[in-house]
Design a protein around this ligand. Structure first.
Ligand code: ATP
Length: 274
């Protein structure tokens, strides 16, 4: 760490009212670099079981890299990633395979396989983990489609035949295929019109409650932060600069945080200083 870098803030307290809230994802001392470019340095973050944590930060601050670090697509240069108390960087291949069932991911563009139908996309993770009959696979795909508000007619369609909003929902259905406890989403409302985005937010809020999901949600969408997130983490200066409820962040005195949460777009989203 260079001399200019302020120390990490103390570990954030558990959410109000949650006595000894269980930590679902614990990141400690995470450092990520690409060549000389340092993205994260000694980054700490706790995501509590059952919460929806919004992750914000300027473009290029490392939100997606952090998501990839949690799921193992990015190997950090230093630090630990604990999922429900187990350091996933120390798991062997079998343990890693089992652990991966515990989370579902929705990447920015939905990341569906374009050569597979929506139903086949949902069935990919199911085939990887279970030996099920085609009939059962089809039933599960229909059930997952219904869960995300898509009709059974979407099942035989190819991703290119869906609207952007439907593709996001299909991606969500695939992320939920294995009934994960943790859901990670990278800018799920990007590219959706305001009504589509609001509908997706509502779906996410309903599903996370019904399925008791822990949600790590990378977003630039102030409406999403306001309507669905329990807490928000701000990524800046290569670490988690602040984490708390929106009301707490509104009191946080830092130029980027102030501009982001108190600007005209924040006011338009209904975020106001209490
Ligand atoms: N595989 C990679 N190789 C080299 N550099 C990378 C790689 N992945 C990400 N980066 C760099 O890491 C930095 C953080 O990228 P990241 O995608 O995490 O930003 P972000 O905060 O998600 O941005 P945005 O809000 O624009 O999506 C960027 O400067 C990016 O160029």
């Amino acid at each position: 760490m260079d001399d200019q870098t302020p120390p990490n803030p103390p570990s954030p307290p558990a959410p109000a009212g949650a006595e000894a809230a269980e930590v679902a994802i614990r990141l400690r001392g995470i450092t990520n670099r690409f060549g000389p470019q340092v993205i994260h340095e000694d980054l700490d973050l706790d995501v509590y079981r059952g919460e929806i944590l919004g992750v914000v930060g300027a473009s290029g601050s490392g939100k997606s890299v952090l998501l990839r670090t949690i799921i193992g697509l990015q190997q950090p240069a230093a630090g630990s990633v604990e999922i429900f108390g187990r350091d996933r960087l120390t798991l062997n291949a079998d343990e890693e395979h089992t652990a991966r069932r515990n989370w579902g991911v929705l990447f920015q563009d939905g990341a569906l396989f374009s050569s597979l139908t929506v139903a086949q996309n949902i069935q990919v993770p199911l085939r990887e983990y279970f030996d099920l009959s085609q009939d059962l696979l089809d039933q599960i795909a229909s059930y997952k489609l219904a869960m995300v508000g898509l009709s059974p007619e979407a099942g035989p369609k190819y991703p290119s035949e869906l609207s952007g909003g439907m593709r996001k929902r299909a991606g969500l259905a695939r992320a939920l295929a294995l009934d994960p406890e943790i859901l990670l989403l990278d800018e799920p409302t990007a590219g959706l019109d305001p009504i589509g985005a609001a509908n997706f937010d509502q779906l996410l809020a309903d599903l996370s409650r019904a399925l008791e999901l822990t949600v790590f949600l990378v977003t630039h969408d102030l409406d999403t932060l306001h309507t669905v997130c329990d807490r928000v983490a701000v990524l800046a200066e290569r670490r988690v600069l602040a984490v708390g409820t929106l009301a707490e962040l509104l009191q946080f005195d830092h130029p980027w945080v102030r501009d982001y949460f108190r600007g005209p777009r924040a006011r338009a989203a209904g975020i106001t200083i209490p």
